[in-house]
Design a protein around this ligand. Structure first.
Ligand SMILES: Nc1nc2c(ncn2[C@@H]2O[C@H](COP(=O)(O)OP(=O)(O)O)[C@@H](O)[C@H]2O)c(=O)[nH]1
Ligand SMILES: [Mg+2]
Length: 473
């Protein structure tokens, strides 16, 4: 397991917290101390430990609980947030572009796990259906070529090298060129990373980089270095154009937490982690799920989602405008999105009285919600607030800006118009037909305004809505 000790300690912290009869100041304090011990034992730098735990403590004590979320869940969320942030927050985006040639240069000192990681990366991309080739430019280690050859053959990836050639730069360029000619999409160049002096190694890396012009330089760092990884990451980042980092040996190391947080502190993104010697022991690094696993909550995304939803507060103004049928394009988009979250939009539209809408229009609403977003982004605020002014030339402009056809924009506007009429009609019908019969609203639809007269369970259409059918045809 990756970061086994840290994972066990964090898992215990969370368990202890969950088992407490009540969460008071002392309980929070004890949780914070648990966390500090766990992080220090994983070699995370003292200052970082105190900084991160102080933030967790403050949030745990001070922040208001979102509705439906208990104090324990809130604290776990704070721990997760801050630890993920410590490890970089968002996952680093993939830089590999399909349908073109990507040259990756692997750098790092000898023994950090470069050659092993070349094999792992080649395997990873091959499984994603890329054409991959690997190049050996290690002129130092006896048997370097054979090591990579064995690895490459085991995953059936072509390798190029020349054990007799002693010029690493020549090797790198020749190999990359060969695979470019063979139309490989991903070409991974392994290097030696060995010199008597760090200065010489850096000079060689710089020279290879300048001549090879890789699309990405990846630094491979040994996770068992702990917080010492900071210095290595920094030296490489200063001399080469390190685009991302792979931290290896996180399976066996007690200091991996220190290495990961130290690397993040240099500002370089961690894209993968190595967690074993085998060719498939490589994992794309996503701080959210990584920390979730460490905390013993593999489904952390579920908890975060629940909290996020609880925090969405209904926008009263929107609801009021919607009720009057005076909604803007933005309002409609938001409402439809909120409805879609609860299930297929089509069935909601039907329940909301939309059985009077032609089926194809409901389908359109369902499918085109994402299109709405793009189209709305191409409109000015004034246009969104006053859609009736969007006529020919504006439609043409919005169509160009959003990459949609003129007709599509027109259809979307028509749909908005029809929705507006429908809601107005419904409200008018309800006012006339069921005056004063409760203002229950629609239960369970976040962001959806309550329609007076429709009490809980009262999904029936009020009189007055019938007969609208004709208008929409
Ligand atoms: N446990 C473990 N060992 C690894 C990992 N990555 C590499 N190694 C081992 O580290 C040693 C050095 O690896 P190598 O790829 O030759 O490093 P290089 O000198 O940078 O090319 C080898 O014994 C590898 O099996 C890893 O993620 N976990
Ligand atoms: Mg090597």
């Amino acid at each position: 397991m990756v970061l086994e000790n840290l994972g066990r300690a964090l898992d215990n912290t969370v368990r202890r917290l969950r088992g407490l009869p009540k969460v008071d100041k002392d309980a929070i304090r004890a949780t914070i101390q648990d966390l500090q011990r766990a992080l220090l034992a994983a070699d995370v730098k003292v200052e970082l430990v105190f900084d991160v735990t102080a933030k967790i403590e403050k949030r745990a004590m001070d922040e208001k609980l979102p509705p439906g979320i208990n104090r324990k869940e809130h604290i776990i969320r704070c721990i997760h947030d801050e630890l993920s942030h410590l490890l970089g927050g968002q996952p680093a985006p993939m830089r590999i572009k399909p349908n073109r040639q990507n040259i990756i240069l692997m750098v790092g000192i000898q023994g950090s796990g470069k050659t092993t990681t070349v094999g792992k990366l080649a395997n990873y991309y091959k499984k994603k259906q890329f054409r991959v080739g690997v190049v050996c430019s290690d002129t130092w280690r006896p048997g370097a070529y054979d090591q990579l050859k064995q690895l490459a053959e085991s995953i059936e990836v072509p390798i190029w090298g020349d054990p007799k050639e002693k010029n690493a730069i020549k090797l790198a360029i020749k190999g990359a060129k060969k695979f470019v000619d063979e139309k490989c999409e991903i070409i991974i160049v392994d290097t030696a990373g060995r010199h008597k002096e760090e200065k010489d190694l850096m000079k060689e890396m710089q020279e290879i980089e300048q001549k090879l012009l890789p699309d990405e330089t990846i630094l491979v760092l040994d996770g068992s270095l702990g917080q010492q990884a900071y210095n290595q990451a920094k030296v490489f980042a200063e001399t080469t154009k390190v685009g991302s980092i792979i931290v290896t040996k996180l399976d066996g190391s007690a200091k991996g937490g220190g290495a990961l947080s130290a690397v993040v502190a240099t500002g370089a993104p961690i894209r993968f982690i190595g967690e074993g010697e085998k060719v498939d022991a490589l994992e794309a690094f996503d701080p959210t799920s990584f920390v979730g696993n460490l905390l013993g909550i593999p489904d952390i995304k579920g908890l975060l989602e629940k909290i996020k939803e609880a925090q969405i507060e209904p926008e009263e103004d929107v609801a009021k405008r919607f009720m009057k049928g005076n909604f803007t394009l933005d309002d409609l988009y938001k409402q439809m999105k909120a409805m879609r979250k609860m299930g297929p939009l089509k069935s909601w539209l039907t329940k909301l009285g939309g059985q009077n809408l032609p089926d194809e229009m409901k389908d359109v609403a369902e499918q085109q919600l994402d299109k709405w977003k793009v189209v709305l982004d191409s409109m000015t605020q004034y246009e969104k607030d006053n859609p009736m002014i969007i006529k020919k030339s504006r439609i043409a402009r919005v169509a160009r800006g959003s990459g949609q056809s003129y007709t599509e924009i027109k259809n979307l506007l028509k749909q908005y118009d029809q929705m507006k009429k429908m809601v107005k009609g419904m409200v008018r019908g309800m006012r006339g037909g069921r005056k004063g019969k409760g203002k229950g609203g629609m239960p369970g639809i976040p962001g959806m305004p309550g329609f007076p007269g429709m009490g809980p369970g009262g999904m029936k259409l009020p009189p007055g809505v019938k007969g609208l059918k004709k208008k929409f045809r």
